[in-house]
Design a protein around this ligand. Structure first.
Ligand code: ACO
Length: 466
């Protein structure tokens, strides 16, 4: 295609250029959904790809077709007046297909009834306000969970650890700040050739990681990646605060991305950040703003304006979903499955209803797992594939929001395969403790720390107040 037009390839900015010569067929036939601003190759019969377009369509006088799937979106008849809009794609440009998926959920279940043994709350309140019945509490570290999830995803993809080129670890609950967590997974996998990067955008971390890995594959920096969403929230939960303690759980999942010439994987995304409201969701006690202030690590205080987060989440996820659908030229009824961030059933219902997608097209895990922050979307995605809700070629919309307040929506086209190529016996070490026992242990430790931490938690150095 490069010989046809003098338009920079792979530019992310719209390109405008007048066409002053007849266009020739490119030999690259692209089918499927294209973003409307993309200038795509025209859909020629294979045997006529290298012929001048006018001779392929002798009666129409057509010089350029912009196609979407099998439909002609636009055609131009007078080459001298044609203005091309958007990015001209290099025919060698690759896509990043999702070829492996795997979740690792800790086995211990914390029910609403368990929570009501130490909080002034009820099963009825939690279910009616959030849709949650239970969540998981992990006895293992976040890196342990992430490693098992990554091993399962790699087995599913049929990819050996030493072939992995990039590990992205999406989370806001790292085992350590230095070294990063992705390097811990790289080490535990034995993925010696891989680069390793943490992404922290809170609940959207997995999806921001998916964007990063897809872009690196599409630009040829790497040819595959493991993208993880994992969260170990229970150690730093403020278990005395019923406003937040009922909402969150631990868990992890991973996907494997591999370069592909087929138009699949991430088709488009909308990323954003509602930073003027970053103060309405803050976990005090994590990070250098609290260093040397007598704060015991793990003793936290959550700033959490639930109603305002709810309102902004609905608005942000809806706006991002509509934007990515428009970018990709996809209508709501073409979406086969929505795999949303699972912070609250009512948020999900409000978002999909505003987007015009029925609830029977939504994958829900919120009842069983609560809000696992970065892990909710990949866990729901892995379970949706395993339950047969993802079919070859499915169009999947994944909207999310998180602290920051980061927000996004991703549109993915699934590939041909919905059956794992292989399996692994990788699993978490066994544990005999119940979830309530683990939570009560954490609560007892926090009770000793609380007095010492109070002053430091109240007066961090923050960007909003500096
Ligand atoms: N049990 C019983 N009562 C409770 C509980 C509880 N667990 N929590 C709060 N209440 C009380 C409140 O104190 C309040 O009582 P009051 O009227 O006497 O003051 C009452 O219930 C109503 O509280 P509301 O805030 O009005 O309840 P609402 O219907 O808005 O639901 C909720 C609260 C569930 C937190 C909702 O606002 C929500 O889901 N917000 C979004 C939160 C979210 O998604 N956070 C994830 C952030 S993602 C990330 O990045 C970490």
């Amino acid at each position: 295609m490069a010989a046809l037009l003098d338009i920079p390839l792979r530019t992310s900015k719209p390109a405008y250029q007048k066409v002053t010569q007849p266009l020739l067929g490119s030999g690259q036939v692209r089918r499927g959904i294209h973003r409307p601003q993309d200038v795509v190759a025209w859909d020629l019969p294979v045997e006529r790809r290298d012929q001048p377009v006018k001779s392929v369509f002798p009666d129409s006088g057509v010089d350029l077709l912009i196609v979407q799937g099998d439909s002609i979106l636009e055609h131009f008849r007078e080459p001298a007046k044609v203005t091309l809009r958007g990015t001209l794609r290099d025919s060698t440009m690759r896509y990043a297909a999702i070829t492996g998926w795997g979740a690792c959920m800790p086995p211990a279940v914390l029910t609403n009834a368990d929570l009501s043994t130490f909080l002034d709350t009820t099963d009825d309140w939690i279910r009616s306000r959030t849709g949650m019945r239970e969540r998981r509490i992990s006895h293992a570290s976040a890196i342990d969970m992430a490693t098992v999830a990554a091993k399962r995803a790699l087995a599913c993809a049929g990819l050996e650890p030493d072939a992995v080129e990039l590990v992205i670890y999406g989370s806001c609950s790292n085992d350590e700040q230095v070294p990063n967590s992705a390097s811990g997974v790289q080490f535990a996998l034995g993925a010696r050739r891989a680069s390793a990067m943490d992404v922290n955008t809170a609940c959207t971390s997995f999806l921001y990681g998916l964007s990063t890995a897809s872009a690196m594959i599409r630009t040829g920096v790497v040819s595959n990646a493991v993208v993880i969403g994992v969260e170990l929230i229970s150690p730093y939960m403020d278990w005395n605060n019923r406003n937040v303690a009922v909402l969150f759980g631990d868990g992890s999942a991973a996907v494997v991305l591999q370069a592909s010439d087929r138009h699949e994987g991430l088709l488009g995304e909308e990323l954003g950040c509602d930073a003027e409201a970053r103060h309405i969701l803050r976990v005090r006690g994590m990070g250098c703003a609290y260093a040397n202030r007598n704060v015991v690590l793990g003793d936290t205080q959550w700033d959490f304006d639930g109603q305002e987060i709810f309102r902004r989440a609905v608005h942000g996820m809806t706006r991002a979903s509509k934007a990515v659908l428009a970018k990709c030229g996809v209508t709501a009824d073409q979406v086969d499955l929505v795999v949303p961030h699972q912070a609250n059933l009512r948020i999900i219902e409000a978002v999909v209803s505003r987007c015009g997608v029925p609830m029977d097209k939504v994958m829900l895990t919120v009842e069983r797992y609560g809000n696992m922050s970065a892990a909710t979307v990949p866990v729901a995605l892995a379970e949706a594939v395993n339950e047969g809700r993802v079919r070859p070629g499915s169009l999947i919309l994944m909207p999310a929001f998180g602290a920051g307040l980061t927000l996004c929506a991703h549109l993915v086209r699934w590939g041909d395969r919905v059956i794992p190529l292989g399996q692994t016996d990788a699993a978490l070490p066994p544990s005999a403790k119940t979830a309530l026992e683990m939570v009560n242990e954490i609560r007892a430790l926090k009770a000793q720390a609380a007095v010492r931490s109070a002053a430091g938690l109240a007066a961090p150095r923050l960007v909003e107040t500096a």
